[in-house]
Design a protein around this ligand. Structure first.
Ligand code: MTE
Ligand code: MOS
Length: 713
């Protein structure tokens, strides 16, 4: 019998990675390698009066914006071009790049760094969402101190509120989160023999990186080559942030003309890289006499920090997720990404959805509890169904299998029974959360911006190469892509290779983000494989190219943010059971159960790896990972005070997959890498609410916060 695609095979990268054989950036040798270290402004908002640098020993350089070559610009090309390579007129956040010290010996560089003196004229910083919103002037903050300010309207909120007999209000917030990818940020830059500028980087988006530095040196992008180094996890943190390191690095390499390596140490990485956006949701919900939601007003703000990066797209996903899996008739949402003098926030697994869904789930639970109805009963009555109108007034095209998923998880966890038998407030609690994740880019991003291209080459010896720009970062692409090709071509997977991308070799199949790679690029692999199979000739070299084709029946307007925001959704249910120590507020997680609809699993073991990792990462977000921003900087900056989960903190997980093939995904697969992050924090908080008999309004739910809430009247 033919093997099903979902049956697991051994991961292509497993043995070398587990065995410590794989070479990461720091393990790679380069002749005459120099070290670079970013010199930072240690002020949140200031003008720089002067910079004094000691006399440098021979072979050492202090690179500043004066070293940007003629024709080049102090500007990193991202979604907006507002983030400068080196501090422009004003220091906008604590840790902004002033220059780069370069030389052959790391210790000497650290000593020289101590001798650099920067004189500042301090300006008033805005460090919180409210301070950001209150600041009414300042050139960089634009007119309203927001990068994005959107309104979404569904139904008729005003008419809805007229039918309301009670108004339920809530304010819920979420905090920063650090990615803690395995190896910190790192890039090596050099000129090669062909006078091309080469960047070897731990990154998710080689073509983004190439574009980002183009204006800085003012050279043709074809002369810039980006090679992805083995990337041991990225989680969105290596989507745009590598640009911030690469830009000063190219200026340094241009001057020094030797290979230069910039690798952050862990403390530097936690202190000075972008994080998940903190968010605040303010709800005003109108309920009729039966407790039905007749209108909902939501104000969502996220702290974007000092430069735009991808904050507006994160904001869009956050507000598109604010009704989570529920069909609410009349809704108005205002969403703002607020400019502050904080470290710019950036992509992080889920890209705004975890924030939106946490806010939504908690609010829905709070309403249910206030009505004396179990959150499960209240929520399931409002589940979105196929054909319903989405929050962006698009159509829900998916067959929604949430009911089936609830049943599967309930059977396994005993949710309904436990919910009934644990008296609220007595220390035992069980919580549930529902979530969805629009797979792939928002709206017509694939069609209008990315325009993915992919090649496959069959060599004379019968081996096949897949040429694309998506990276392996732990989510399994170097196994799943060849697996798809092998299944279509009917050849052993060992004959197929899919290497770390090099922009001078591969076509641009887009960035490794938005859970798009497996679904969208994987579909291209499937199509290219079919094409190659049709043209297959023994002993000959054959090359095929395919381009992205947008699914039919979707409409989207990027100006108004109206229509089908995503081509398909992944769906999830997570149940968490806890016991809270009455004396200390410490929480022991007794059980974790999940069900996910990700279309079809391309490899079950890899999917379970994603589920385990995503859920635990979200539980860290919801319970342990406290990251405060005080006096304009991150307070926690080592793995001793920023606490992430270990295998000791959470029990074995019980996970189910509910199959629901998606026609535009390879073998029916949908994107899943972020979905699995979206719900566990809310399930955890819901369980703790049950256990302590009180509502919670923020994450992380630490023992300190639990004790604070318990002591409240
Ligand atoms: N899993 C591992 N092990 N490492 C990662 O860095 N990144 C996540 C998720 N799962 C990540 C991961 C993020 S942020 C995204 S967008 C998706 O994987 C990417 O999935 P894709 O390869 O299908 O695009
Ligand atoms: Mo993932 S946050 O889209 O890299």
């Amino acid at each position: 019998m033919k093997k099903r695609i979902s049956e697991s095979i051994r991961r292509v990268d497993a043995v070398d990675k587990a065995g410590g054989v794989t070479k990461y950036l720091s393990d790679m040798g380069f002749e005459d390698l120099q070290y670079g270290r970013l010199v930072r402004a240690l002020r949140s908002h200031a003008r720089i009066r002067s910079i004094s640098c000691p006399d440098l020993p021979e072979g050492y350089y202090f690179i500043t914006k004066d070293d940007i070559p003629a024709g080049g610009r102090n500007e990193i090309q991202q979604i907006g071009n507002d983030w400068p390579v080196f501090v422009a007129d004003e220091v906008m956040f604590y840790g902004e790049t002033v220059g780069m010290l370069v030389g052959p010996d790391r210790q000497t560089i650290l000593e020289l760094e101590d001798q650099i003196e920067i004189e500042y004229e301090d300006l008033l910083p805005a460090l919180t969402i409210d301070e950001g919103l209150a600041l009414k002037s300042g050139k960089i903050f634009g007119e309203h101190n927001t990068f994005g300010d959107y309104d979404l309207n569904k139904g008729d909120v005003e008419a809805g509120f007229k039918k309301a007999v009670t108004i339920f209000e809530d304010e819920i917030t979420t905090g920063y989160q650090e990615h803690v990818y395995m190896e910190p940020q790192g890039i090596v830059g050099y000129y090669d023999d062909e006078d091309r500028f080469v960047l070897v980087a731990s990154c998710q988006c080689p073509f983004y990186l190439r574009k980002a530095v183009g204006n800085v040196l003012n050279i043709d992008k074809k002369r810039i080559v980006v090679r992805q180094a083995v990337t041991g996890g990225a989680f969105g943190g290596k989507e745009h942030f590598p640009d911030i390191i690469a830009a000063p690095l190219v200026v340094a390499v241009n001057k020094v003309r030797k290979p230069i390596q910039v690798v952050f140490d862990r403390k530097e990485d936690i202190s000075f890289t972008a994080k998940r956006h903190p968010s605040r949701g303010r709800f005003r919900t109108g309920l009729d006499a039966d407790g039905n939601i007749v209108a909902m007003e939501v104000d969502v703000t996220i702290n974007a920090g000092a430069y735009m990066s991808c904050s507006n797209i994160v904001l869009q996903r956050a507000i598109f997720s604010i009704n989570s899996v529920y069909n609410i008739e009349n809704v108005h949402v205002r969403g703002r990404s607020v400019a502050t003098n904080c470290f710019p926030s950036d992509a992080f697994r889920g890209f705004g959805a975890p924030q939106g869904i946490f806010l939504a789930e908690m609010h829905m639970s709070h309403i249910a509890r206030s009505l004396g109805i179990s959150p499960l009963e209240y929520k399931r009555q409002r589940f979105m169904k196929q054909g319903d109108t989405t929050i962006t007034n698009g159509i829900m095209h998916d067959i929604v299998k949430l009911e089936e998923m609830v049943d599967v998880v309930d059977e396994d966890s005993g949710f309904i029974r436990k919910l009934g038998s644990y008296t609220p407030g007595k220390g035992k609690g069980i919580g549930i959360a529902f979530y969805q994740h629009g797979a792939g880019f928002t709206g017509n991003g694939e069609q209008e911006i990315i325009k993915a291209e992919l090649k496959m080459r069959k060599h004379k010896d019968g081996t096949v190469e897949i040429l694309l720009s998506n990276v392996e970062m732990g989510q399994g692409l170097q196994t799943t892509f060849p697996k798809i090709a092998a299944a279509v071509l009917g050849i052993p997977i060992e004959k197929i290779s899919c290497d770390n991308p090099d922009t001078s070799v591969v076509p641009d199949s887009g960035p490794t983000v938005a859970s798009r790679s497996l679904m969208v690029v994987g579909k291209l692999v499937e199509r290219a494989s079919l094409k190659l199979k049709a043209q297959w000739e023994e002993g000959e070299e054959v090359e095929v190219t395919v381009h992205y084709v947008h699914p039919e029946g979707l409409s989207w307007n990027q100006e108004t943010l109206q229509g089908d925001a995503y081509p398909a959704f992944g769906w999830g249910v997570c149940v968490i059971e806890v016991e809270v120590d009455p004396a200390t507020g410490e929480v022991e997680t007794k059980g974790i159960w999940t069900a996910h609809d990700i279309g079809v699993a391309i490899d079950e073991m890899i999917v379970h790896g994603q589920v385990n990792g995503g859920v635990v990462q979200a539980l860290g977000y919801g319970s342990l990972e406290k990251l405060e921003y005080r006096d304009g900087r991150f307070v926690q900056n080592t793995l001793a005070d920023y606490i992430i989960p270990t295998s000791m903190d959470f029990p074995m997980m019980h996970s189910h997959l509910v199959e629901n093939p998606y026609e535009n995904g390879p073998y029916g697969a949908k994107g899943l890498g972020e979905l699995v992050f979206d719900g566990a924090a809310a399930a955890f908080a819901d369980a703790v609410e049950h256990a302590i008999g009180k509502n919670l309004y923020r994450i992380p739910v630490t023992p300190e916060y639990i004790m604070e809430v318990k002591s409240r009247a």
